[in-house]
Design a protein around this ligand. Sequence first.
Ligand SMILES: Nc1nc2c(ncn2[C@@H]2O[C@H](COP(=O)(O)OP(=O)(O)O)[C@@H](O)[C@H]2O)c(=O)[nH]1
Ligand SMILES: [Mg+2]
Length: 407
Amino acid sequence: MSENEMPQGADSIVKEDSEKIQNRFREEMESFLSGYEDNSKPRILVAGATGCGKSTLCNLVFNREVCAAGPGTPVTRGVRKITRPEIPVIVYDSEGYETGARFSDRSDGEESAGQKYCDLIMNAVEKERIDLVWYCISAPGSRVTDVDISLIKQFRSLKKPVAVVLTQIDVATEEDCEELKKTIAGEVDGPNPEEGRKIAIFESTNDSGITVPEGLDELYAWSLAHLEESRRDAFVISCHRGFDEKYRIARKWVSAAATAAAGTAFSPVPFSDAAVITPIQLALFAKTLALWNMADFEKILGTGIAEVTMPLIGKSLAGNLIKLIPGAGSVIGGIINAGVAGSLTYGTGMALNKSCRILNEKLLEGSVTADTIREIFSSETLRACAEKYVQERRDSGSAISGEQQSS
Ligand SMILES: Nc1nc2c(ncn2[C@@H]2O[C@H](COP(=O)(O)OP(=O)(O)O)[C@@H](O)[C@H]2O)c(=O)[nH]1
Ligand SMILES: [Mg+2]
């Protein structure tokens, strides 16, 4: 059947197809995410007093309940390792020192409970090869303990990048925050700190209405800058921040996939009569969705992956895009020639990347309703965007091989 013979509404999917598509995307996403082994994930220790807001901070940065999910794996007394299947990051959640006596050991004689606690944490840092430390201190009341200062200094002497995060600033006064910053900097940096060696201090709150100059975006940027190159992409993928980086990574993937697709002819993945998607596109879409933290999409948005991707893999979209490629003819239903596959991959991949970015920006603003999602992933929006990218690619000459091969 050519696109001209398509019945009206052929892009709408029946439930069975929707489940099939959903499952394939889920498999691809899982296989992409499980490609990140533990030793290629960034390792972040989140330290500070119990109740100061460590779990809340993680939830804000990663946009999911990281620390609440199950007990994690105990590493030493007071430190547990937490991983989640949807994000390639390892968070180490530590108990605060104030749980006190638990960390003292009378048989040690002169070693104080505080020292014992610091030793446990430092052991975990070395043993687990922690990359970064987010040291949380609750801003209201502006209290810093000797144990806080001692630990921060020890991280630094081990050359572990450590950022202090003043938490719960919505219920603190500005004076509280300023006083804390002065105290911490004074204790940790000393009187004449070298430029570039000053302790990094950020502020956080779960009140999305409050913006601060050194907030979570800055903590994210600082963290990214202090990670080894090889772990940066995993960190970008894990965070619900840094949308410029996410977008750039996905664009790199889209270009690579389009180039790969432009080298071979394909049979579409056999989903349904309404869908045309090549194996390369399927893998690309799945990892793009994972990158934009949409692996647990239904849970967050109440909409299925099949529904939002269908406008991009529907036959009529493929038909429209193919019309933009001179000489490509009709390829619906049979083999998709290489140049066409390249253009389809590029146009649809970038359209998905763009829509995911817009959705994430809206999620961060906290203004997402079912209508917003419907609009961002509407057929019209996605098609217009995909067409624009296909034209762009065609005009830049990348689709030439497709023009030559088609008959
Ligand atoms: N007002 C306010 N409350 C917060 C903030 N962050 C955390 N909390 C509250 O503080 C309590 C402890 O937070 P939690 O993240 O569990 O602390 P953790 O024990 O360090 O992991 C919870 O009741 C949170 O709702 C914040 O930024 N502002
Ligand atoms: Mg917690």
